[in-house]
Design a protein around this ligand. Structure first.
Ligand code: XMP
Length: 508
């Protein structure tokens, strides 16, 4: 059975994937295409609707992106968002002008006519506005559906023509009921069947991987993180006998992590190669204590080990990567100052000689990737894993990294994680950091001089900013007692109460 498709025409807006994701969440398959796709291609796709994204341009400029006007004659419902809404107005005989006052940010929007789009929603809605142009005249036969203080036409539409425009962004979380507005459009206007689910995503990807790869081989760098693990599980379903996964153990993994991963993946139908490269990494890091230098050395060594191992496997045509959509967005805005050089399994040299790259998760957000992993039967500990940096514990050991310090940190870190998980108190990422300082203590009648261990636990949804988690004193006491009792090298435990900014989540 073929799924109904919502066609999203990309006019250059930054939220197109969020639109696509919201549509998927409404159980309709979404496909993004460039704005200048031909009418024949659209007819061929036979979409249940067409959604125009936002974009940075002004519709009245000759150079601004415009689609073929025939889209309005196909009888397919259209929804325009921001620039998309302005474009519809402009193309169908309305008028768009520069705003006297630009609207940016959270705005109150007043629904004048609930019709199909706002059905079931309150008359006052919080929405995200972000525009410098506005619609001042709507096309003939259309009605105004909503307004804001600075924007008299915040939403408009025509039930007869099944064409709607919203100046705000229903696809972002700030627009509190935005998803319901898109849902209303899909179900009330387009009469969508809602025939799409993540199972279909998996089926479609399996089909597409098989088509791309044919009978050739695929190499995947498996780090054990959510993304590369889900990617491995998906590829293993699609091309079990053609997939080779290399897991490079740099020696900075958490306690028992490598063993656990091995057990999980050895059960699956894939060729899992584990490389113990800890000696190589440790010797490269000997005497190094500067955080950025550590990160650079680990990233470069990782690429070398990968290359060395790949060359032992003969010619492999494809490289698979667990890239997800936010990775693409983040790497796109590279103009900001470098705070830390991130190292990921994806950060491999460009000239490895592969014919092609397979990235089956590149359109998904993290929670969708977790869902795919769950459906593919990966264990909860992998699917719900908190983020773990590519350089691993090496950047949670302040100063020089040694085998002894790794062992101390692994034993303390597992206690922090166990106790926080048992407590069910909220923290989105939590771990231990071995500081480079020691302090004096007393055990029995003897003086001790042990390491100071820091506990870090943060609340965040995007990991770009965070607050420190307000863990209870009881929980902190339990963690401290267990660590000082069970890890004799540690003499003192402190709790990190810094948010990001000014700190970062990791210490290095
Ligand atoms: P920071 O320390 O920059 O961390 O506030 C933000 C988030 O990113 C994770 N992190 C990394 N992830 N490779 C990764 O894949 C890295 O090199 C890396 N460094 C930090 C960190 O754990 C947090 O979730």
């Amino acid at each position: 059975m073929k799924n109904q498709v919502a066609l999203i025409l990309d006019f250059g807006g930054q939220y197109k994937e969020l639109i696509a994701r919201t549509v998927r969440e409404c159980n309709v398959l979404s496909i993004i295409k460039p704005y200048d796709i031909t009418i024949d291609e659209i007819k061929e796709m036979n979409p249940v609707c067409i959604i125009f994204t936002g974009g940075p341009n002004s519709v009245y400029l000759d150079s601004s992106p415009k689609c073929d006007g025939e889209v309005f004659e196909l009888g397919i419902p259209v929804l325009g968002i921001c620039y998309g809404a302005q474009l519809i107005a402009h193309m169908l005989g309305g008028r768009v002008e520069k705003c006297d006052t630009s609207e940016y940010g959270e705005t109150k929007c007043f629904v004048e006519n609930d019709g199909y789009l706002f059905k079931g929603l309150d008359n006052e809605q919080q929405v995200l506005m972000s525009h410098t142009d506005r619609i001042v005249e709507i096309p003939k036969g259309f009605g105004v559906l909503a307004t804001t203080a600075d924007c008299p036409i915040a939403a408009y539409g025509s039930e007869k023509q099944k064409v709607y425009g919203v100046q705000f962004h229903p696809e972002v979380e700030i627009s509190l009921h935005g998803k319901e507005i898109i849902h209303n459009f899909l179900y009330n206007v387009c009469l969508a069947k809602g025939d799409y689910s993540m199972d279909d995503y998996i089926k479609n990807q399996i089909e597409s991987i098989r088509k791309t790869v044919g009978s050739k081989r695929v190499l995947l760098g498996l780090s054990g993180g959510v993304d590369s693990s889900v990617c491995a599980a998906l590829l293993a379903e699609a091309i079990p006998n053609q997939l080779v996964c290399i897991y490079i153990d740099h020696g900075f993994m958490r306690k028992n992590e490598t063993q656990h991963l091995k057990t999980v993946f050895e059960k699956r139908k894939l060729n899992f190669i584990q490389v113990d490269a800890s000696e190589r990494f440790l010797s490269k890091l000997a005497g190094v204590d500067e955080p950025e230098t550590k990160r650079k050395i680990i990233g470069a060594e990782f690429a070398k080990v990968f290359e060395d191992e790949a060359s032992k496997l003969g010619h492999i045509e494809f490289l698979a990567q667990g890239t997800i959509y936010p990775d693409i967005v983040e790497s796109g805005k590279n103009k900001s100052a470098v705070i830390k050089s991130h190292h990921n399994v994806g950060g491999l040299p460009k000239d490895l000689g592969f014919e092609g790259v397979v990235e089956p998760l590149s359109g998904l957000f993290k929670d969708e990737v977790r869902k795919v992993g769950q459906l593919l039967g990966l264990p909860k500990e992998i699917v719900n894993r908190q983020p773990f940096p590519g350089p691993g514990l090496a950047i949670r050991i302040i100063g020089e990294v040694t085998r002894e310090k790794i062992d101390i940190l692994q034993r303390a870190d597992v206690i922090v994680r166990e106790e926080i998980e048992k407590s069910h108190e909220r923290a989105d990422q939590y771990f231990a950091v071995l500081t480079n300082s020691r302090s004096v203590g007393v055990v029995g009648d003897f003086r001790t001089y042990g390491y100071i261990l820091a506990v870090r636990a943060v609340i965040t949804s995007d990991f770009m900013t965070c607050e420190y988690a307000k863990l209870s004193y009881d929980l902190l006491s339990k963690i401290s007692q267990r660590i000082t009792n069970e890890v004799k090298e540690i003499g003192r435990v402190v709790y990190d109460i810094t948010s990001k900014p000014p700190a970062t989540i990791e210490w290095e």
